[in-house]
Structure formats: C-alpha cells, structure tokens
Design a protein around this ligand. Structure first.
Ligand SMILES: NC(=O)c1ccc[n+]([C@@H]2O[C@H](COP(=O)([O-])OP(=O)(O)OC[C@H]3O[C@@H](n4cnc5c(N)ncnc54)[C@H](OP(=O)(O)O)[C@@H]3O)[C@@H](O)[C@H]2O)c1
Length: 291
C-alpha cells in the first residue's frame, strides 16, 4: 500500500516506518519543516510538505493514498486546547476523504485511566478534557459505518527505548532540577508502558490486518508504581527519591497521581501480537534516561 503517515518523523513514527517498509508498503510522510522533510527522505519516506492544520491538504493526500496512519500530535502542552482541536479536525478530514473506500485509518491514542482496575480495550473515557482523545478515537471506530477501516492503537503513558524524549525523559529533567526524583503522595499510582519496537510492530499489524472498529492496546508493562519509576531514575541520576506534591512536580505531577494501569491481553489474543522488548525499569537501568 501507499500509505500517508503523519508524525513519521516523531519518536514512534521513526520506528514504525521501517516496519511498514519491511512489510512492503510505500510511505508518504507529512513534513512541517525542512528538517523533518530531510529526516524523512533519509528514512526512505516521500515527504509531503505541510502542516496538520491544513485540512484541505490532508483530505487530498488521504484521497490519493491507500490508507492513513495518523501519529502526529502537537505536544506543546501549554497549547493543549489547540492541539486537541487540530487533532479532531485532522481526523475528521481523513474520515471524509476515506469514506466509502474501505481503506484503513489507523490513529494513535492513549490507554484510558480506570483507577483501581486494568483498563481494557473495551473501556472508554470520553468526558471532559481528559476524554478529548477518547472522543476522537470513538469517532474513528464509528467510521466503520461509513466503510472506513477505522482502527485505534492506544498507547500507555511511556513508549520507551533508547533515544526516548517523552515523559520519562521529562521526569529525569525535573528530578535533576529539584535534586530529588519525586512522586506524588505515596507513589502507589501505576503507569503502564511499552517498548517502542513493540508499539511499532502493533501499528504495522493494525494497518495490515485489524478489522474495522478495532481498539488495540500496545501494553507491555501493565502498571508500574510511580515510586518505582522515580526510584529507578534516582538511582541512575545519583539522586534520592521521595514524595513531592503534584504541583511541585508540575504538569506530569497530576498525571503521576492517577492510578491508570492497562492491559493488552485482548490485543495479544486478537492479533497474536506479544511484547518482547525490555520493560521500562530495565530501560531506565540501562541508562537510556541518563542526563
Ligand atoms: N511517546 C509516548 O510515550 C506516547 C504515549 C502515549 C501516546 N502517544 C501518542 O503517540 C503519537 C506519536 O507520539 P510521538 O511520541 O511519536 O510524538 P513526537 O515524538 O512528539 O512526534 C510528533 C510528530 O508529530 C509531528 N507534528 C506535530 N505537530 C505537527 C503539525 N502541526 N503538523 C505536522 N506534523 C506535526 C511532529 O513533526 P516534527 O518532526 O516536525 O516535529 C512529529 O513527527 C501521538 O499521538 C502521541 O500523543 C505517545
């Protein structure tokens, strides 16, 4: 297939592209800058110059493709509302372009927080601000009614590996600045995680074989207590770990206070996908988050 991929230059995208190539797909990648276009070209991706906000461009490019994999997201959390609106508009444009075609529209989303229980593929959080991505995901699942093979791949809080600059790298930076690797409360809230290569393999399967309306969970570690994450980071950084208020930790503090373990058992059974990469604590111990 000739696939349109947004976010192909990102952390997860750069691991998904080789998977798609190995499966025989051609990749056209949205590139919002010259640097991203150059990185895509070097990775064997045909760059399409443009921004996620240009929905006309997205519609045309999706129509010209055999399917869309949407990984791009604005991660400047000071502009959260803008990113949410842009994401919803982009997915609407893709849905309109692919309606009636039977082609795949695969999007990245997040595992829902169901405190005290393992979130499964059947759980949904669609209310309020935290439900914004859930609402977009629900719309993608519902596209099955319009003959679009809408598939949602939910990712846990950390998609980790060597070179990761996401939340765990942010926590390492916050710890270094504070001289303390902190966690809110007693640190018993749990975060799920997956190795980036396992997530990439699942995106490829989602594109190739997942049925319309499928929700998949790319989960390796089901739930690691945040105090264990803080302690592992502290050990590598030569810092003590201990409790701090969520406010002191900042943006991630609130997220670390919410128990949100997740299961990928349904996905493993459905697609014979099984995570094989190292766990998050092993990746921290291997020095991938050293500063
Ligand atoms: N990494 C994780 O731990 C994690 C966990 C849960 C969910 N997710 C989700 O998984 C998806 C991929 O995440 P990631 O970690 O790969 O993110 P990332 O490394 O921040 O990459 C984001 C990608 O989106 C592109 N992008 C952002 N804004 C854009 C815009 N306005 N126009 C065009 N392209 C734009 C970026 O392009 P540039 O290269 O030009 O910057 C980059 O390719 C996202 O939906 C993310 O929210 C990730």
């Amino acid at each position: 297939m000739r696939l349109l991929v947004t976010g192909a230059s990102g952390w997860i995208g750069r691991h998904v592209v080789p998977e798609l190539h190995a499966a025989g797909h051609q990749v056209v990648g949205l590139a919002r800058s010259t640097a991203s276009a150059q990185a895509l070209t070097a990775a064997g991706v045909e760059p399409l110059t443009g921004d996620l906000s240009n929905t006309d461009l997205l519609r045309t490019a999706a129509t010209d493709s055999d399917g869309v994999l949407h990984l791009a997201y604005g991660h400047d959390f000071s502009r959260f509302a803008e990113a949410m609106a842009q994401d919803a508009a982009a997915v609407t444009a893709f849905g309109e372009a692919l309606a009636g075609s039977g082609k795949p529209l695969v999007i990245a989303s997040g595992t829902p927080a169901v405190p005290g229980a393992l979130a499964t593929e059947s759980d949904w959080v669609t209310e309020g601000i935290t439900g914004a991505r859930g609402r977009v995901a629900r719309a993608v699942v519902d596209l099955a009614e319009q003959d679009v093979r809408g598939v949602v791949v939910r990712l846990p809080r950390s998609v980790h590996g060597a070179g990761d600059y996401g939340f765990i790298a942010w926590l390492a930076q916050i710890a270094e600045q504070a001289g303390l690797s902190g966690y809110p409360g007693d640190g018993s809230a749990r975060w799920p995680a997956v190795h980036v290569t396992d997530a990439a393999r699942l995106f490829r399967l989602a594109v190739d074989v997942a049925a319309p309306g499928t929700v998949l969970h790319a989960v390796g570690d089901q739930g690691i207590e945040v105090r264990e994450i803080a302690s592992a980071l502290g050990e590598r950084l030569g810092l003590p770990s201990g409790t701090r208020s969520a406010e002191e930790i900042g943006f991630l503090g609130g997220m670390m206070a919410v128990d949100q373990p997740a299961s990928g058992a349904g996905t493993e059974a459905l697609l014979d996908w099984h995570p094989t990469g190292p766990g998050l604590l092993a990746d921290i111990a291997a020095g991938h988050y050293d500063r």
